[in-house]
Design a protein around this ligand. Structure first.
Ligand SMILES: [Fe+2]
Ligand SMILES: [Fe+2]
Length: 406
């Protein structure tokens, strides 16, 4: 192996980097947009580039150019290592730089810190073989029609554009992190519209980073938790029996939820299990705790009480369900907010906050964040109450009954 013309080698590397970074962006945009049913920009850059595709392909092509005669087994191994190495390194750098992951393979078997996993490494290796055998020879031939001077220009301009875009995008991510910290500390004290516009400004990045809503959820929950800790000490840590008694004697609360508590269909929730309790007991506990916290914070406690009571209005056993309520192949975690909403709307007139509470209470499992503070408090209280029920189940059985699926 010997590079005859190092300058031409570098120019080619830059050209192909730009071309494949653009090609990777097109593939991901088509894939993600088809999945979401609307246009989704992929990657954290403003422009149409996914640098990881550029780096991955240039490494593979570089190896192929330097060792053109190596046998297929050696090539396969080298491509696998090169691509997994690029993916692992990009994952590590972005985690260090941004503080959150660009992708997450933790759900896949045989993964390394969630940054790479066997399944995708094999897939990318296959793609690399296709690239050097079929795609790249064609691309190379097409590029060879561009004369030398233009090649240098295109490569330089492409690289310069990439550097500018990368710098601006990294600044945008830094400012995003600042705004998240602002939300974390001020969430309970700013109005819903301000929250809306701030979360709305995250849309591009939430699209770009599939796991970012989990980070956002963790940050806001952490903020609410530290602010609401004193409230939880007052309300949450009250022994359950005492809280049930308080609820039974709270005339204002009972007036707010009276029509729901008298509805026969709603009362059927007592026939369905939720961890080691009934769904009725679970939603009553969530509703009352959310009502007390919202009242203390001078929020819309009426909507919190009603939305909290209706948030799990589904009439089936979630561990063993089937049509007509929820077909067996559908996943309860994603579907039950919509089913609860349909049931609630069949019997009651809901306001916007109550609808948001019911539909978004599984966030971050559902991608769209809650619109209102009251919704966020219900999702938070729901998780809190469920984990207490779960722990209680663990204590009485010595093991958890089921995977949590509030
Ligand atoms: Fe739920
Ligand atoms: Fe729940």
């Amino acid at each position: 192996m010997e590079i005859e013309n190092p300058m031409a080698f570098i120019v080619n590397a830059l050209l192909f980097f730009n071309f494949y970074a653009f090609g990777g962006w097109v593939v991901e945009v088509v894939f993600r947009s088809a999945n979401r049913g609307r246009f989704v920009n992929a990657g954290f850059l403003y422009g149409p580039f996914l640098p990881i595709y550029g780096f991955g392909t240039v490494t593979v092509i570089g190896f192929h150019t330097l060792f053109p005669d190596s046998n297929i087994i050696l090539q396969t191994l080298a491509y696998g290592l090169a691509i997994s190495g690029t993916e692992y390194l990009t994952g590590t750098i972005s985690e260090r730089l941004f503080g959150f992951t660009l992708w997450d393979y933790h759900g896949n078997r045989l993964n390394l810190k969630g940054r790479i996993c066997l399944k995708y490494s094999l897939l990318w290796t296959g793609a690399a073989l296709l690239l050097v055998m079929f795609i790249h020879p064609f691309v190379e031939r097409t590029f060879s029609f561009i004369d030398e001077r233009h090649r240098v220009w295109v490569a330089t301009l492409g690289a310069a554009y990439f550097l500018v875009d990368a710098t601006v995008s990294v600044i945008a991510v830094t400012s995003f992190k600042k705004r998240v910290l602002y939300l974390r500390s001020q969430y309970l004290f700013i109005d819903n519209e301000r929250i809306q516009s701030t979360i709305g400004s995250f849309r591009r990045l939430l699209d770009a980073f599939p796991r970012l809503h989990v980070y956002l959820h963790g940050q806001i929950t952490g903020g609410i938790k530290s602010r609401a800790e004193s409230l939880l000490t007052v309300f949450g840590e009250t022994p359950r029996k005492t809280r049930e008694e308080e609820r039974a004697n709270d005339a204002e609360y009972l007036r707010i939820v009276a029509d729901i508590e008298q509805n026969e269909d709603f009362l059927r929730l007592r026939d369905f299990k939720h961890h080691d309790d009934t769904i009725l007991n679970h939603v009553e506990a969530v509703s009352y705790l959310a009502y007390r916290i919202c009242k203390r914070l001078r929020l819309d406690f009426r909507s919190a009480a009603r939305g909290g009571l209706l948030h799990d209005f589904f009439l089936y056993d979630w561990r063993n369900h089937d049509a007509p309520d929820l077909p067996r192949e559908k996943y309860h975690g994603f579907e039950h907010p919509k089913i609860a909403m349909e049931n609630a709307e069949r019997h009651f007139k809901l306001n916007e906050i109550e609808r948001d509470i019911i539909l978004k209470h599984m966030w971050p499992l559902t991608l769209v964040p809650p619109r209102y503070k009251e919704s966020f408090i219900v999702t938070f209280v729901d998780k809190y109450v469920s984990s207490r029920e779960f722990l209680k189940g663990m204590r009485s059985n010595g093991k958890p009954n089921e995977k949590r699926n509030y």
